[in-house]
Ligand binder design. Structure first.
Ligand SMILES: [Zn+2]
Ligand SMILES: [Zn+2]
Length: 136
């Protein structure tokens, strides 16, 4: 079957290229800096590509992606809708700690004692409520 070998050989480099471009896309989901401003009630992420995302703390707490807050495993893995971050806050909340989880996420500890939420960079970037990322 001499005809099959070149097809197989052509597929392998394509797969490698796809994987590499995905890896580069993932790099855009890495933050260069994270700042929490309790007075302004914002968490600001400056991304590797210099995009700046500003998240309201109270809404970010309400959209906590953990099992407990999402009401079961079947509801996990979903992202955060930017629209839900633009809901006017009905209170304030503080952040007591930010723990980096591997190179893909941050675990946010809130001052209400909850610290189960692991927010992936991808989830946060896709939830960016700025006017460029989220068309109202
Ligand atoms: Zn939670
Ligand atoms: Zn944005």
């Amino acid at each position: 079957m001499p005809g099959l070998a070149p097809v197989y050989l052509n597929q392998t480099p394509n797969e490698t290229i796809n994987w590499q471009s995905e890896a580069i896309a993932e790099m855009n989901y890495s933050p260069a800096d994270i700042q929490v401003n309790l007075a302004k009630q914002t968490l600001t992420i400056i991304w590797g590509d210099n995009h700046v995302s500003r998240y309201p703390l109270f809404a970010l707490r309400q959209q906590c992606p953990c099992v407990e807050c999402r009401g079961g495993h079947q509801n996990m893995g979903g992202g955060i809708n930017p629209a839900d971050l633009l809901v006017p806050p009905i209170g304030t909340i503080g952040v007591t700690n930010l723990d980096m989880v591997g190179n893909y996420a941050v675990k946010i500890s809130w001052d209400d004692g909850h610290d189960m939420g692991i927010y992936t960079w991808k989830m946060l970037r896709q939830a960016c409520p700025c006017e460029v990322c989220y068309k109202r």
